[in-house]
Ligand binder design. Structure first.
Ligand SMILES: Nc1ncnc2c1ncn2[C@@H]1O[C@H](COP(=O)(O)OP(=O)(O)OP(=O)(O)O)[C@@H](O)[C@H]1O
Ligand SMILES: [Mg+2]
Length: 265
């Protein structure tokens, strides 16, 4: 069972304080309660998974936490700050970044160029003179290559994004997300549509990326969840059914029943 790892943050404190918190989070769609009174606390340096049978409210919850939906009720705090009414771009600036949806990969640019553009996006607003400087462009290239290496794509740095396998495209998307220097990453089904090999590679990448970051992911693949997650929140019918490590939630009779009821067993 994965243990809670210490973090590399500036204070050197062991994983512990709550980074992202939801209290009483709720969302109604035309009177239908998709998410209802969800409490969630994601702690620094952990990989936290949000799971549950089909229609449990995972995507809705994820969209609420990433600010793509506005809650009907409840409060969301990031680093103690109320972000319930903030826009996705503003929370991204605070270090809370959603991957896969937000990061655009340009198919006809190389891997390195894609990452460089993501880096430029972060520091846009600088003057034209700044961008004309040789040393700035060189430094950007170096930073881009470092990120490309971080996600294991060094051999593909000069390849067009369109030429990459599905799993490597995901790795590139992660690199463009890391270019935004997130403290916390929110991943929406990072393994969706992948074969075994890409799943293993992406799981290793997520593990590596999590070393000095906090991660919340929605994921259907339960063996991935079991091997990666420090903590798991199980949703069913819009409510929290169980929370804990994999051994705890996977043996909870209510969780087993919910999965069987939804035809997952
Ligand atoms: N925009 C919407 N309008 C109306 N109902 C919605 C909307 N989005 C989601 N729902 C309903 O809310 C419930 C939860 O949906 P949600 O997509 O969050 O579940 P999920 O856990 O992500 O499911 P899945 O495992 O199938 O992805 C479902 O009953 C769904 O039909
Ligand atoms: Mg979903």
């Amino acid at each position: 069972m994965p243990e809670i790892r210490p973090t590399d943050d500036a204070t050197g404190s062991a994983g512990g304080e709550i980074v992202l918190q939801a209290e009483g989070l709720s969302k109604n769609f035309a009177g239908f309660s998709a998410v209802s009174g969800v409490d969630l606390a994601v702690r620094r340096g952990t990989i936290h998974a949000l799971i549950g049978p089909n229609g449990a409210g995972k995507t809705t919850c994820f969209n609420l936490l990433t600010k793509f939906l506005t809650p009907t009720g409840g409060v969301i705090r990031y680093m103690g700050r109320d972000i319930t009414r903030m826009k996705p771009a503003d929370v991204a600036r605070l270090g809370l970044v959603r991957s896969f949806q937000i990061s655009a990969v340009f198919p006809n640019l190389t891997v390195k160029e894609n990452v460089r553009i993501a880096l430029q996006r972060r520091i846009r607003g600088s003057s034209l003179d700044f961008w004309r400087s040789e040393s700035v462009l060189h430094a950007l290239d170096q930073d881009a290559l470092a990120l490309v290496e971080d996600v294991g794509l060094s051999a593909y740095a000069e390849h067009l994004a369109v030429e990459l396998s599905y799993g490597r495209k995901r790795a590139l998307e992660i690199a463009t997300t890391l270019a935004l220097k997130p403290d916390m990453l929110l991943l929406d089904e990072p393994m969706a549509g992948m074969g075994h090999e890409d799943i293993d590679r992406t799981a290793a990448l997520i593990k590596r990326v999590s070393r000095n970051r906090t991660i919340l992911m929605v994921e259907h693949n339960l063996s991935v969840v079991a091997s990666l997650s420090d903590r798991i929140t199980v949703l069913a019918r819009g409510q929290v059914l169980s929370e804990g490590d994999y051994a705890t939630v996977s043996t909870n009779p209510r969780v087993i029943e919910a999965y069987i009821g939804a035809g997952h067993a």
